[in-house]
Design a protein around this ligand. Structure first.
Ligand SMILES: C[S@@+](CC[C@H](N)C(=O)[O-])C[C@H]1O[C@@H](n2cnc3c(N)ncnc32)[C@H](O)[C@@H]1O
Length: 194
């Protein structure tokens, strides 16, 4: 099972009609669309991406699914834009790295990721869940993953429940890592292939 599939499985078990979701890295819109499907017809999704191309791809997916009226899309840096958001969320998603099929130079960087994660503390509901997937094969990816790891340790020390999933590959390739964090006790579906 890929981590992206597992995140969607977790969303299926957690989200219901009326819930709210923040997608801090909209990308090609797969996660935003999944969230919109699960919270319809009364919930809402706020999605952010630093690339116009990503916002357009996400908008196109939502329009095709007739769900764009439930979603607010913001073009900008999540490290800065999250401070403008006032509502709180049941799930917050970070799928780090670069936009697949696009310029690999435009990637999430630790400084902005940490700033956005710090803002997420305020934006996450008491029983909400934060999902962060980090990729380590591109330049800077391992450093960013190390920063997220440290941030997660700090939250754990503050009483948060943290689950870390690092699939084992037979090859030497560094696998992506998923962290799931909550102030409340997490109940998660099993991840096969752990
Ligand atoms: C791996 S992709 C996200 C995939 C997406 N969740 C999906 O379902 O298709 C990472 C995205 O993060 C975006 N990104 C990079 N730095 C960012 C930043 N500082 N603020 C917001 N988005 C950023 C990139 O433009 C890219 O689209």
């Amino acid at each position: 099972m890929r981590l992206t599939e597992y995140v969607h499985l977790c969303l299926e078990t957690r989200l219901k009609n009326g819930d709210s979701v923040l997608d801090a890295t909209a990308g090609n819109g797969y996660d935003t669309l999944k969230a919109a499907e699960l919270i319809q017809p009364n919930g809402n999704v706020v999605a952010i991406d630093i690339q116009k191309q990503a916002i357009e791809a996400t908008e196109a997916k939502l329009t095709e699914a007739k769900l764009s009226h439930l979603c607010e899309l913001h073009l900008g840096n999540h490290g800065e834009r999250l401070s403008e958001i006032k509502q709180s969320f049941d799930c917050i998603l970070f799928n780090l790295g670069y936009l697949p099929g696009s310029d690999k130079m435009i990637i999430t960087i630790a400084k902005d990721t940490l700033s956005a994660l710090n803002q997420s503390q305020r934006l996450l509901k008491e029983n909400g869940a934060l999902f962060v997937t980090a990729y380590r094969q591109h330049e800077g990816g391992q450093d960013e993953a190390n920063s997220v790891e440290t941030w997660m340790h700090e939250q754990h020390a503050n009483g948060w429940d943290i689950e870390k999933i690092e699939p084992k590959h037979q090859s030497q390739i560094l696998s992506p890592i998923l962290w799931i964090a909550s102030r409340s006790r997490l109940t998660l579906p099993p991840f096969l292939n752990r």
